[in-house]
Design a protein around this ligand. Structure first.
Ligand code: ADP
Length: 173
């Protein structure tokens, strides 16, 4: 699918462990459905330290980085999973970030997702229930980090075929 004719974009959304613990999945997906964007991939993910660190690589020098990694891995909420989705369509990034609200939940519009459901921990970490890619290049980097091409129902980026020999794969018994 071409993104040259219009401003169709893909955006990675994560419902973070606090969002899952607070049973906010339904509320968040309902809010996002206002955008009329298409969901082109969705899955539950148990987040490894490596994945969390790569996802937040731009923050590795921040004092809250280690706690942020634990947060994304679910170690602060005893919910070791996140829900990962890709939304696709016209101006997807701006629409989803608008609904999510500002990074700091206390500065976010109170009617936004983060303004409604986020909080600041006593440590200072922003617990803000949802991740939304910040721009087109970050969205591509993040989508390639979280999803393989076969998990996405549209063609977003160029892909290649590789033959794996003697590769162990699980199937139904
Ligand atoms: P966003 O998630 O809005 O794209 P960032 O990529 O800058 O923002 O930050 C990633 C996450 O790190 C935030 O969603 C939040 O959980 C946490 N965070 C960012 N900045 C701070 C901060 N100054 N203090 C505490 N936590 C922060």
């Amino acid at each position: 699918m071409s993104s040259t004719q219009n401003s169709n974009q893909a955006v990675l959304i994560l419902i973070k462990p606090d969002g899952l613990k607070k049973s906010l999945t339904g509320n968040i997906l309902t809010r996002l459905s206002e955008t009329k964007l298409e969901i082109v991939a969705a899955k539950m993910v148990r987040v490894s330290k490596k994945l969390a660190e790569e996802h937040y690589q731009h923050l590795k020098d921040k004092p809250f980085f280690q706690e942020l990694i634990k947060y994304l891995q679910g170690e602060l909420h005893d919910r070791k999973k996140v829900m990962a989705l890709i939304y696709w369509g016209d101006d997807a990034i701006e629409k989803c970030r608008g609904l999510a609200g500002a990074t700091n939940p206390e500065q976010a519009d109170p009617t936004s997702i983060r303004g409604s459901y986020g909080r600041i921990l006593t440590s200072g970490l922003f617990e803000n229930v949802i991740h939304v890619s910040s721009n087109v290049s970050e969205a591509e980097r993040e989508i390639k980090l979280w999803f393989s091409p076969a998990e996405i129902i549209v063609d977003l980026y160029p892909k290649k075929e590789t033959v794996f020999k003697e590769c162990k794969k699980q199937e139904w018994a």
